[in-house]
Design a protein around this ligand. Structure first.
Ligand code: FAD
Length: 483
């Protein structure tokens, strides 16, 4: 029996059911990653991917194994491998979002036509999506009850098998020379100076993911509750890209942190709750796949300036946002951090997303696009959930309609101005009191959008939408909150 293990976003060797089962039950195993340059999430993400694949290839080699890397149109390449290498069956791990959800459909068609069994293995989640449903058997749309239900079922989790040390079987079929090196598209990207600059901030791969977790558990998790909101601190795990690429399995993290009932478990739970947002985001995308493109609440379909209606002025504003030139220090600092490192602090992500959608009235999907291009952790489920949540058109919206005041947020969460000084050197000379407020920093560009007027305009539009929407709750006015 010759099995093809098709890797997608599980770039690791342990805690990998598809790979382990193939090794245990097949005579020969071929492990392949397919890369289609026309269907990537974005450049920063692909730069990480390139490094991660190289690392994984080395991990395979060091355990006497082999990883094939194939470039080109997915469907064509997949079919050709099945035929040219006489594959008997295909194993893969179920994945959500672009491009893999489409590719899984294409793989099914190819396999059905060739009469080759295609077997999906469990998801990259804590529990399968259909196990976390409300009393009516429907998916949760609000985080807190989802979280409670999820945590009540944690004991159902099956432990993983012991890690596989010997990958020799994956070398039983000779890998053609042209499948041994990094795809050309990823090689080119790896040579770009911007990609290299970003990757200087990161150690990529499975072993590094575990080191980072260990480091965070040893020294960061104790203060996570407070530090996670302070962008100037290194107060969060920074595991998001490792999780996105499946270099570490979220369920393996749970087991690594057990027992959760210990006194330290209370502290761990605070972080796990955040990790559970990832579970929630994936559950939403699984149950409501159209939310990847369209607002979860359909009444918002035409609320923000649509992509086609983008005029020159709006385009200028959008470009200024992308480049960190809005004139609002905390927004600009966040966008600079993103461009320099491929990552941005969660609170600042909320603020920049709020400014783009609620102050500049620009469609959240343009924000998603920029984040997809520049985040190393760009992720279909988390990115969409984050943007729709901030834009107010996603799940978990009620009972509040939040409007962020970026200056107030900056004063609260970067009280000393350290984050601003780090990312905006021209502001270094200003005191903690002056630095947040554009009017206090004369040699800094003026805000390109007035925060108060744009907030009022947004609320007026929101009221209009409410008036035209018969399903809107009448209590909306009381629920608007400016934070
Ligand atoms: C507008 C917007 C866009 C976002 N886009 C992405 C994205 O493309 N990819 C991404 O991984 N996260 C995204 N997030 C969520 C969050 O900002 C990042 O997961 C977090 O900043 C990553 O840093 P960390 O690993 O140090 O997180 P930690 O605080 O250490 O959290 C641990 C893990 O939990 C998960 N997590 C934490 N917060 C969230 C959240 N709000 N939603 C979903 N999962 C979460 C992540 O996997 C994270 O790595 C977005 C948030 C917003 C507001």
């Amino acid at each position: 029996m010759r099995t093809l293990v098709w890797l997608q976003r599980e770039l690791r060797t342990q805690h990998h059911s598809a790979l382990e089962t193939a090794l245990a039950t097949s005579d020969e195993v071929i492990v392949v990653y397919f890369h289609d340059p026309k269907q990537t999430l974005g450049d920063a993400n692909s730069a990480w991917l390139a490094r991660s694949l190289q690392q994984l290839q080395q991990d395979f080699q060091s355990r006497k194994g082999q990883l094939w890397l194939i470039e080109g149109d997915f469907s064509t390449q997949f079919k050709s491998v099945l035929l040219n290498h006489k594959i008997d069956q295909v194993y893969y791990t179920f994945q959500l979002g672009a491009p893999f959800s489409n590719w899984q459909q294409q793989a099914l068609q190819v396999c059905q036509a060739l009469k080759i069994p295609l077997r999906p293995f469990d998801t990259e989640n804590w529990l399968p999506y259909n196990q976390i449903l409300n009393g009516s058997g429907l998916p949760y749309k609000v985080f807190t009850p989802f979280y409670k239900s999820l945590m009540s079922k944690i004991s159902l989790l099956e432990p993983f098998n012991a890690p596989v040390e010997d990958l020799q079987k994956t070398r039983s079929v000779n890998c053609p020379d042209h499948f041994q090196s990094l795809p050309k598209d990823l090689q080119d990207l790896s040579n770009q100076s911007w990609a290299n600059k970003i990757l200087q901030h990161w150690q990529v791969g499975e072993a590094q993911a575990w080191l980072k977790l260990d480091d965070f558990v040893a020294s960061g998790i104790e203060n996570y509750d407070v530090d996670r909101d302070l962008p100037a601190k290194h107060g969060t795990s920074q595991l998001s890209a490792h999780l996105h690429f499946g270099e570490i399995h979220s369920r393996a993290i749970l087991f690594a942190l057990a027992p959760l009932e210990s006194p330290r478990g209370q502290i761990i739970h605070i972080w796990l709750r955040q990790l559970a947002w990832r579970e929630f985001a994936r559950s939403i995308l699984w149950h409501f796949p159209t939310s990847e493109q369209a607002p979860f609440q359909s009444k918002f379909a035409n609320f923000y300036t649509e992509l086609n209606d983008f005029d020159e002025q709006q385009d200028k504003i959008y470009q200024a946002w992308c480049q960190g030139r809005t004139g609002i220090p905390i927004i600009d600092a966040g966008m600079k951090q993103l461009w320099e490192t491929g990552w941005m602090h969660n609170r600042v992500r909320m603020l920049v997303a709020s400014w783009l959608t609620k102050n500049a009235n620009i469609d959240w999907r343009l924000g998603v696009d920029w984040f997809n291009n520049t985040l190393v952790d760009a992720d279909p489920a988390n990115n969409i959930l984050g943007w729709q949540w901030v834009a107010g058109c996603g799940v978990d919206a009620a009972p509040y309609y939040r409007l962020f005041n970026p200056i107030r947020q900056s004063e609260k969460f970067d009280a000393q101005g350290d984050y601003l000084r780090h990312w905006l050197p021209p502001l270094a000379k200003y005191t903690a009191k002056q630095i947040h407020m554009p009017s206090n920093v004369p040699d800094y560009p003026k805000p390109i959008i007035d925060l108060t007027l744009s907030r009022q305009a947004h609320l007026a539009r929101r009221q209009q939408l409410k008036a035209s929407s018969s399903t809107e709750k009448s209590a909306l006015d009381e629920c608007i909150t400016i934070v």
